[in-house]
Design a protein around this ligand. Structure first.
Ligand code: SAH
Ligand code: SF4
Ligand code: F3S
Length: 441
């Protein structure tokens, strides 16, 4: 039997990129018999699935690519750069890294088998960052999964054009997958043992997909349908935009036991002036209304957010408003970043550039406050009994399992039983900075 060819995929960026990597692996297994390998030295094809969101993410790509190539010691391996840098830079990548054979984007990876065939036949380089008309999902095999948690992209691209963000340029126009496609994929995942589905979209609560009869579903309706798929125990959705929030979507948190009490709702800044300059399309007061309503419907729920500091025009007073919002809302979890100017975005034309030094000082202050709030909130969970979906053995604590509570908090607990993929009751005994610890209840 011919030896299986090795495929190594290095994924950067958001969950949508991770999802795409899974789909590429399935596709290339089917089309060319590639099997995933963990060591790039064993690979015949190396794919970097890249992120363009901040300058740092992009720099990491080129440094890792160079390092990895050196380690190959002359072995003939194909190098491909896909994802959002592939989309944004296209053939420019060949100038910076001439040993790359193939460049593609997040909207045309379903054409990878054809690109590989062409490369084999004609040699040279292929740089294809087209956004084809045909829906890529129709041309991919069913997602294979051995895990109890899986993601399903329901919405692609973004039409919001926030002033700082490259996503509308890298992932293209907003587009929702048809309802039956999503249900089909979810059913397939459940039949392979999946218990939790995470519905993904860059602006997931703007979902507007059609069913076979042409009826348009919003996200709330889609979630109601997904909850009806037999075997689905847990549903989450990320990431929501405050300006696309609606009352119905919050109501289902109280209505559907399958919907996990976790809302990721990025705020970016606590200052109305900055929100307006960012083009976010909502005010701080509107954000607070959604938060209060969520907390009312879902008192045990968790709210997560994203923040940017040092956006052009941000004063000390604006920044103080962000800090005040962190305390006011009491975020259970948050990602925070220093503003990074991105090619093609409208923020490049704004005045009031904040120096790198001031930006990094503000980031340190914000992260301290976010961490303090998060630890406080984690400690408040002590004494509760949480239903934990066990995702694996704890990598750091031998003899312990790690899983997620419904509110997405990570929970570690000891047990000598094999609990992988089970939902177990854990009594929380300790709230740590980034996780909880407990014992089987
Ligand atoms: N669609 C989501 C965010 C997607 S990008 C939303 O609208 O909220 C993920 C996060 O990266 C953003 O929420 C933002 O906090 C951060 N980010 C995006 N562009 C950035 C930039 N140019 N500089 C710094 N952080 C950025
Ligand atoms: Fe980017 Fe704004 Fe779209 Fe989020 S909503 S992906 S921040 S443009
Ligand atoms: Fe990055 Fe593209 Fe996701 S830019 S955050 S990988 S959509």
């Amino acid at each position: 039997m011919a030896q299986q060819k090795g495929l190594y995929i290095r994924t950067f960026g958001c969950q949508m990129n991770s999802y795409d990597s899974t789909r590429m692996a399935d596709l290339l297994a089917q089309s060319h018999g590639y099997g995933l390998v963990e060591d790039p030295a064993q690979a015949d094809l190396v794919i970097f699935n890249t992120c363009h969101i901040r300058e740092k993410a992009e720099e990491k790509l080129f440094s890792e690519l160079g390092r990895l190539r050196k380690g190959m010691r002359g072995k003939k391996t194909l190098f491909a750069v896909g994802g959002c840098v592939g989309q944004a830079q296209g053939e420019l990548i060949f100038r910076r890294a001439p040993y790359v054979d193939l460049v593609f984007g997040p909207q045309n990876y379903h054409l990878l088998p054809k690109m590989l065939d062409r490369l084999k036949r004609d040699g040279g380089h292929i740089g294809d960052s087209s956004i084809p008309e045909e829906p890529k999902f129709d041309l991919l095999p069913q997602q294979s999964s051995t895990s109890s948690v899986a993601s399903v992209t329901v919405q692609e691209g973004c039409d919001r054009f926030c002033a700082f963000c490259v996503v509308p340029y890298t992932r293209g126009r907003e587009w929702s997958r048809p309802v039956e496609d999503i249900l089909h994929e979810v059913t397939g995942l459940v039949s392979q043992g999946c218990l939790e589905v995470q519905l993904l979209g860059q602006n997931v609560n703007a979902y507007q997909g059609r069913d076979a009869e042409g009826v348009v579903y919003d996200l709330a309706l889609l979630i109601r349908r997904v909850a009806l798929v037999s075997g689905v125990k847990r549903i989450r959705f990320v990431t929501s935009h405050p300006a696309d929030m609606n009352a119905d979507l919050l109501e289902i948190f109280a209505e559907l036991p399958e919907l996990c009490p976790y809302l990721h709702l990025p705020l970016q800044s606590g200052s109305d002036r900055i929100l307006q300059r960012m083009g976010r399309g909502h005010t701080v007061a509107e954000y607070l209304e959604w938060v209060d309503r969520f907390r009312h419907l879902c008192p045990d729920g968790a709210i997560a957010s994203d923040f940017i500091v040092g956006f052009p025009g941000e004063t000390e007073a604006d920044f103080a408003e962000t800090l005040a919002m962190v305390e006011r809302v009491g975020f259970d979890h948050a990602y925070s970043f220093q503003y990074s100017p991105r090619p093609g975005t409208s923020a490049l034309e704004l005045d009031g550039v904040v120096s790198k030094e001031v930006g990094s000082q503000r980031l340190a202050v914000l992260q301290k406050v976010l961490n303090d709030v998060q630890l406080r909130k984690n400690r408040q969970r002590v004494g509760r009994i949480e239903a934990v979906l066990v995702e694996g053995a704890s990598p750091r604590h031998p003899g312990e399992w790690v899983g997620r509570a419904p509110d997405f908090r990570r929970v570690n607990f000891p047990s000598s039983e094999n609990l992988l993929g089970c939902i177990v009751s854990v009594k929380i005994t300790e709230g740590l900075p980034n996780s909880l610890r407990g014992i089987l209840a």
